[in-house]
Design a binder for this molecule. Structure first.
Ligand SMILES: *Cc1c(COP(=O)(O)O)cnc(C)c1O
Length: 459
């Protein structure tokens, strides 16, 4: 007998109280924060969907392993457990810990590519793009056609455009102009959408044919593997762990933030076959991260990741994980919200342009929706629109971004279904108030990474 209700596959033994707030409290907190939810105190948030990065609730096994953490500077057993766990899952022998994913990607670009080269992706995540460009590389995004219709469902909207990839490789690879091809799974900037095994394999075949390095940004490898199991022909009978192994077998190296599917609160790593690359990466690592067996992490962090990475590919966990995001997504769709569809693996993206047609982009509809949702219900999402991605031109003119999205990222194993039911009850009521919302204008506009510290007022 198959029951419909998918339960959280865990019990809770440690709790973090949530401080209750009223609407009046939140109006004040938000005003004090300059209408920027990044500037709120997290204890003034009821349900915090700012990010799924580093916000995971760790398991009893992870906490137990942390007690075993060995803080020796070099050669600690914690590193060897970290190594064994990742080696068994990924098949890569050369494994280099880093303090976060962004350190891993910087070290990889600087060690494997030459300044002036082009790096190609289904879509670079923002820190990845910034690290590539700061390393003197030119980034090119070639997402598949389905990516350009965010509201139209398709199973693998994270895919790379294989025709464009082949053309780029054909024209430029023989000139030594391509540094590497990097597939991001799931495609975070593109809505947490998965990449199919067929697409991952075909891109790898092209890279081999044109002798170009093939790397996977595997931050959400487990969620991507589960999507393949659920949606791609031939994979229903395989475990997500075996599917993840198959993914890793296709590429030369992976760059990982352990704050996502590593189930850690901090950490990252590089893993690869090529010993020369590994040597170059380790030399770079020592400059900024630390010795090769800790890479900027405490021994206890290595232990937490060594356990967490295996928990992430547990199929019962992944069933719950994807269903949790899907449950919220389907609920919002039923209420008439416009969202990136289908829901991705870690987050829901609300389309603020569609929901607030009366607010023009120069009044930042996604910032409005983010702020107002916090005021209304205490739910904190994040603006992914013209505040984060727009630019101020040299003449002081604002260049808006093409999309105005609000991301609601679901932390792993943190919230229960009752929290998600509260969210859906709140969004149904909140939706009725949308026509009354006004735009916002900057009162403080920093030059770079402005979404973190900008301040606003209502128009
Ligand atoms: C989070 C993330 C990174 C960067 O990792 P950090 O640990 O935040 O530095 C890189 N790529 C993708 C796809 C990510 O989601």
């Amino acid at each position: 007998m198959q029951f419909k209700t998918i339960i959280e596959p865990f019990r809770i033994k440690v709790v973090e109280p949530i401080k209750m707030t009223t609407r009046e409290d939140r109006v004040r907190f938000l005003r004090e924060a300059g209408l920027n939810v990044f500037l709120l105190k997290s204890e003034d948030v009821l349900i915090d969907l700012l990010t799924d990065s580093g916000t995971t609730a760790m398991s009893a096994e992870q906490w137990s392993a942390m007690m075993r953490g060995d803080e020796s500077y070099a050669g600690a057993p914690s590193y060897y457990r970290f190594h064994e766990s990742i080696y068994k899952l990924t098949g890569f022998k050369e494994i280099i810990p880093t303090h976060q994913g962004r350190a891993a990607e910087r070290i990889l670009f600087q060690s494997v590519c030459k300044p002036g080269q082009v790096v190609i992706s289904n879509m670079f995540f923002d820190t990845t793009r910034a690290n590539a460009e700061t390393s003197g590389l030119v980034t090119v995004d070639i997402p598949c056609k389905e990516y350009y219709s965010p509201m139209v469902p398709a199973p693998f909207k994270g895919n790379i455009d294989l025709e464009k990839l082949e053309e780029l490789l054909r024209l430029r690879a023989h000139l030594g102009e391509i540094g590497l091809v990097l597939m991001t799974i799931t495609n975070n900037s593109g809505g947490g959408q998965p990449v199919s095994m067929g697409n991952l394999r075909a891109a790898g075949d092209l890279c081999r044919r044109y002798k170009v390095n093939y790397v996977i940004d595997a931050c959400r490898f487990a969620e991507n593997a589960k999507f393949i199991k659920l949606r791609e022909q031939g994979y229903a009978g395989k475990s997500s762990r075996d599917i993840a192994k198959e993914i890793f077998s296709l590429c030369d190296a992976i760059s990982v933030s352990a704050k996502k599917d590593g189930m850690g609160n901090i950490g990252g790593f590089l893993a690869m076959h090529n010993q020369e690359w590994a040597q170059a990466c380790r030399n770079n690592l020592i400059l900024t991260e630390g010795f090769v067996t800790y890479g900027g992490l405490a021994g206890r962090d290595l232990e937490a990741i060594a356990v967490g990475i295996n928990e992430a590919v547990d199929d019962d966990y992944l069933t719950y994980r994807l269903q949790c995001v899907n449950y919220v997504g389907q609920g919002l769709l039923a209420q008439g919200w416009s969202i990136v569809n289908p829901p991705g693996g870690h987050a829901i993206y609300l389309d603020a342009k569609a929901m607030l047609p009366h607010i023009s982009v120069d009044k930042y509809p996604a910032q409005v929706l983010t702020s107002a949702l916090y005021e209304f219900a205490g739910i904190r999402g994040v603006e992914i629109g013209s505040v984060m991605l727009g630019r101020e031109m040299s003449d002081g003119h604002e260049q808006p971004h093409s999309q105005e999205l609000v991301r609601l990222a679901i932390p792993r194993r943190v919230y229960t279904q009752a929290h998600m039911d509260y969210l859906l009850e709140a969004t149904a009521e909140f939706k009725k108030t949308l026509p009354q919302l006004r735009g916002v204008r900057f009162t403080y506009k920093p030059k770079v990474l402005r979404h973190f510290t900008a301040r606003f007022e209502w128009c």
